[in-house]
Design a protein around this ligand. Sequence first.
Ligand SMILES: Cc1cc2nc3c(=O)[nH]c(=O)nc-3n(C[C@H](O)[C@H](O)[C@H](O)COP(=O)(O)OP(=O)(O)OC[C@H]3O[C@@H](n4cnc5c(N)ncnc54)[C@H](O)[C@@H]3O)c2cc1C
Length: 433
Amino acid sequence: MRTPAETAPNPTAAATGGVPFRVVVVGSGPSGCYTAQALRKGQPDIEIAVLDSLPTPFGLVRYGIAPDHQGAKAVSRQFERVFAQPGVEFVGNVSVGTDVGFASLAENFHAVVLATGLGADRRLDIDQDPDVPIVGAGDLIRLLNSDPDAGLRHRPDGPGSLGSEVVVLGTGNVAVDVVRLLAKSGPDLIGSDIDDDALRALAPAPVRTIHVLGRCPSHLAKWDTSMVRELAQVAGVRVSVDGTPLLDEPAASPRTTVDVRFERVPASIRRHDGRVRVTTHRAGDTGTVDHLDADSVVTALGFGPSAAQLARFGGLDAPNVFRVGGPRTGRLGNLAENRKLAADTARDVLAFLCGREQRHRAGLDGLREHLPASVVGFEEWRRIDDAEIRRARPDRCRTKFTTRAELLAAATGSGALSSIPSAATGPTATQEK
Ligand SMILES: Cc1cc2nc3c(=O)[nH]c(=O)nc-3n(C[C@H](O)[C@H](O)[C@H](O)COP(=O)(O)OP(=O)(O)OC[C@H]3O[C@@H](n4cnc5c(N)ncnc54)[C@H](O)[C@@H]3O)c2cc1C
């Protein structure tokens, strides 16, 4: 990781009474990266440190956007150009709230931007047996994206099979991502970076039937029509909405049937004869009850702050603390929305910095003694990136490391890279203390 002293001098200093502006962004997902990009655009010499608790940058671009949507994931190349600039630092594997306290950030930087996203799948607040297999869509897709921290990965008995009949609750784009990934077969995943081991664990045999239930009427569904069209065009998949097939010529003998029903309000999820029974009633008509028996349930009901995020950042309020993305709006949003929010936030930050006299702040140098030994800088991230691309399995664009230990070994050019015959791993990194 470069030190601030190694970066270019800060001509902003002349315009600000000799004080270089130093901003820390917590979270290197799209909101954090777009904010850094917009701050630099507004004030080209501002110094920015972007901290992330993960050893890898880009948040849900890496661990959320579906592994078969590489076009959307390619936004990371744009973000890499932000970190390639002198004066913008990626500081990975540093969790704010545990590794470094918020007070240290406030002390060492002129402004703190919280871009920590919304880390938790929203839960279903209905009557449910405690041991029924319910999985959050965000967690499921994190697993398929090789997130080392995915909750499913750390279950005592592993992720476990979802079975051949699955109920998905929710009709947004994330629900469609889940259905598509579970319905696809091998050839459909060529060129993706899906975690094949995780997919095999979740779906050791084809998922035959996926019931998708939405509370709202179909015209209020949050999914994009293009997403549903893409799903309906997957070979061997038949999609029907409220009983009507989506394509005029549905797959003759489908491998997977997707049955979408709107205006079904979940009332309970219970164990029933060794399976899971989802009971719903019709919207506006609690008297009409339907039962669906399946092997597992996936909830795709949006996202909220995790308990840790609430505890660490919930009550923070000071003139130099800014929020962007989910912490600002309560919604995860998409890339375009978060880009706009980031531009607004950057404008607020610059107005704050320029609107009052600023005293000198040490920036990353002042933080150094608080940082853990295993910090991952941008050059170390590039090593991880290279190694994952080089170790890609056949038909995959990359094969990600699935544990923090592997990621850190790849970051230093040791350990995990030894299994790659032609790897030119570069010099061992000197990690920051
Ligand atoms: C399954 C799925 C598919 C999606 N597909 C698309 C798509 O195709 N197109 C699209 O436009 N959008 C898509 N989105 C939405 C998109 O991913 C989000 O809009 C975007 O990632 C939100 O960015 P963010 O930076 O606010 O949050 P995040 O991407 O979640 O980034 C937050 C970052 O903050 C870090 N962090 C959190 N707490 C701390 C802490 N205490 N200390 C340090 N770091 C911390 C996290 O590690 C993370 O890296 C998808 C989302 C999901 C879940």
